[in-house]
Design a protein around this ligand. Structure first.
Ligand SMILES: C[S@@+](CC[C@H](N)C(=O)[O-])C[C@H]1O[C@@H](n2cnc3c(N)ncnc32)[C@H](O)[C@@H]1O
Length: 261
């Protein structure tokens, strides 16, 4: 039985769909499913279902390779149009465009919390590309290999002040202990809670930053507004980390933001 289980886990780690996801995540989800099911085949099925829910289709392989080309183009001209094209390649940054809206969003955050010198972007996707292009030193963490690779490429090849690590926030050692001026947790907490009850507060508690900026989606994937803002506002009020206070709360077209001091 353990041999069959190991073989299935190895196959899952090498599979086209999950080979670019942080291996710690695949192993963590597998171990969680092993606690619920006895037969290796049932564990495999449950693990695949759980991973599908976590990883989502934020950036397709085509978008990821297009992003490499966009980056090269942006480097030649450094225009906002080029930056916007890059940010289009990931579902989460795409939702915040046009770039003027993204500038306004950060203008509002930095109006309350001051422009940070260092940012920790948890479950970053490709959001650090925006911050780096605006000259803000950013360290990102994500389980998505292609997102992390894009951020590191922007830093290493194009000299922008960004870097990232492929790590799972539910595994130990993923959150850097050093102090940051600001930490971003954009559209992350509901995803973490779904993966492990209580994880959202644990992650907020573990972050070493003067300011936490947390966001929640306010529309379903189909674009409907079904009262998510009120639901997440209640959730935030009930789960405020010890020693933090809400300095600002505002809504954009698709997201609800909290700036926590
Ligand atoms: C909705 S996207 C948000 C991306 C980015 N924060 C933004 O708003 O532009 C959620 C991100 O969380 C990442 N993610 C999901 N579970 C994670 C975990 N356990 N640890 C680290 N990242 C995770 C996904 O890979 C994905 O990039």
């Amino acid at each position: 039985m353990p041999d069959q289980s190991n073989a299935l886990l190895e196959k899952l780690l090498q599979s086209k769909k999950y080979r670019d996801i942080c291996p710690d995540t695949v192993r963590r989800v597998w171990a969680e499913c092993e606690k619920k099911y006895k037969k290796p085949k049932d564990v495999d099925k449950a693990a695949r279902e759980a991973l599908h829910g976590i990883t989502g289709a934020f950036m397709t392989p085509e978008e990821s390779s297009q992003l490499g080309y966009d980056m090269q183009q942006w480097w030649c001209t450094k225009t906002d149009t080029g930056l916007e094209r890059m940010l289009q390649r990931h579902a989460s940054t795409r939702e915040r465009l046009p770039l003027a809206s993204m500038d306004a969003l950060y203008g509002q955050i930095f109006g309350i919390a001051n422009r940070p010198r260092s940012v920790l972007d948890l479950a970053c996707g490709i959001n650090p590309l925006y911050l780096g292009a605006r000259g803000i030193e950013t360290f990102g963490v994500d389980i998505s290999g292609p997102s992390v690779a894009a951020v590191n490429r922007f830093g290493e090849v194009y000299g922008m002040p960004v870097s990232a690590a492929c790590a799972d926030l539910l595994c130990s050692g993923a959150i850097p202990p050093r102090r940051f001026d600001m930490a971003l947790l954009f559209k992350l907490l509901p995803l973490l809670e779904r993966q492990r009850a209580g994880a959202a507060v644990a992650v907020m508690d573990a972050v070493n930053a003067e300011w936490l900026v947390v966001s929640f989606p306010t529309r379903t994937l189909g674009g409907r507004n079904v009262g998510m803002a009120a639901h997440y506002a209640d959730w935030m009020a009930a789960h405020l980390p010890l020693g933090r206070a809400i300095a600002d709360r505002f809504e954009t077209e698709n997201e609800l933001y909290f700036v926590l001091k």
